[in-house]
Design a protein around this ligand. Structure first.
Ligand code: SAH
Ligand code: SF4
Length: 353
């Protein structure tokens, strides 16, 4: 099949979306030996160049031909904010002007990176700025991957872990997310161990099933936020059609298939999901399962009536869960002062720029 160098919208192809075989086909079509493909890949994936001219061991004629057929993405940083705790939030813009945010969170000698899988989100969770801010589009695997490269280069540190907890629902963009995870994991990419790559989902059941069959040991987090069906329906209307009973069953299958411990995320909202019946239901949901509960105080959203719970309640949750054999931790939010904390990344903020 002849090499087709534009996508359906007539734009040049991003060279980094080409498989190795397609790149070899392109190089061959341009009359060059196949080893040139590997050289180009090294520049792109190992040295993260942003222009063909930087590929100094590639002949100038081939560089010019490649530039004629392809682009190298084209992510640019629009805004960078630095938090008092050292975290940095970035607003990136892609070639078509779509914007997405990512965050770098350094600890002593490690760098955790939080990335977005979509620009915006369709799920409409009521406590989440992304969910309330609308949806633009899903990101491609390279756009997802580039966020980690960008943050890592800014800190001049290798990313030690990545969480997909920025904007978007990763399991509404499954194929691209998985490609990105594989690139992050690959020794030809950033070489981050699969266990240090975490996907967080609001609980799209068919995709949890699919994820449990992937061969890599990626980590899974599920946003639970309530184990009472009526409460969860209000908080997370986008996953109403997947019942908690079904979620419980599928998570059992996930543990069975993978042997890995999933995390349940639970943002404590005062008077909503921090009551005794809610705690009882959470204990029932987790009791006897392999799980870890991550409690986090709700991050305030402008104009929302929902408020965080109290530290006493959070500690009570931890104690009660421990009594039924479930490990729980209260996680501190990072980057609160720059709206980089969970659920504060929105398309709305972007629109102000
Ligand atoms: N869509 C995915 C991943 C992105 S959200 C998901 O929902 O899991 C990342 C995490 O931030 C999720 O656990 C989400 O429920 C949580 N979150 C969203 N808004 C929040 C808020 N205002 N306070 C605390 N956590 C929030
Ligand atoms: Fe989307 Fe996750 Fe926010 Fe829900 S919590 S709206 S699924 S990003």
């Amino acid at each position: 099949m002849p090499f087709n160098d534009t996508d359906s919208s007539g734009r040049k192809l991003d060279l980094r979306t080409l498989s190795h075989d397609r790149l070899v086909a392109l190089v061959t079509e341009l009359g060059q030996p196949t080893f040139r493909a590997k050289q180009v890949e090294d520049w792109v994936w190992k040295k993260h160049v942003t222009s063909f001219d930087e590929m100094t061991n590639v002949p100038a004629a081939l560089r010019a031909q490649l530039a004629e057929h392809c682009t190298l993405g084209g992510t640019s940083e629009l805004v960078r904010q630095i938090s008092a705790d050292g975290s940095r939030k970035y607003l990136l813009s892609y070639e078509d002007g779509t914007r997405a945010e990512c965050v770098g969170m350094p600890t002593r000698n490690k760098l955790a990176v939080c990335i977005s899988s979509q620009a915006g989100c369709r799920m409409g969770c009521v406590f989440c700025a992304t969910g309330q801010g609308g949806f633009s589009r899903s990101l491609t695997s390279t756009e997802i991957y580039d966020q980690v490269v960008h943050v890592s280069e800014d800190f001049q540190t290798r990313a030690s872990s990545v969480v997909m907890m920025g904007q978007g629902e990763p399991f509404n963009n499954y194929d691209e997310v998985l490609k990105a995870l594989r690139m992050l994991n690959s020794s030809d990419g950033l070489g981050i161990g699969a266990r240090h790559l975490t996907v967080s989902t609001c609980g799209i059941i068919p995709m949890i099933r699919r994820f449990s069959k992937e061969p890599e040991q990626f980590t899974l987090a599920v946003s639970l936020h309530s184990a009472v069906q009526a409460t969860r329906n209000v908080l997370m209307p986008g996953v109403k059609k997947y019942s908690l009973a079904h979620l419980h069953e599928v998570m059992g299958e996930y543990v069975e298939a993978t042997g890995r411990r999933p995390t349940y995320e639970y943002a404590l909202i005062g008077g909503v999901n921090d009551t005794k019946p809610e705690l009882d239901a959470l204990c029932d949901f987790c009791r006897g399962t392999l799980s870890h509960v991550n409690l986090i105080q709700l991050n305030d959203l402008e104009g929302s009536k929902l408020k965080p719970s109290t530290d006493e309640k959070a500690e009570m949750f931890v104690r009660r869960l421990a009594q039924v054999g479930v490990e729980a931790t209260v996680r501190n939010s990072r980057g609160n002062d720059i709206d980089a904390a969970c659920g504060q990344l929105s398309q709305r903020h972007n629109a102000d720029l």
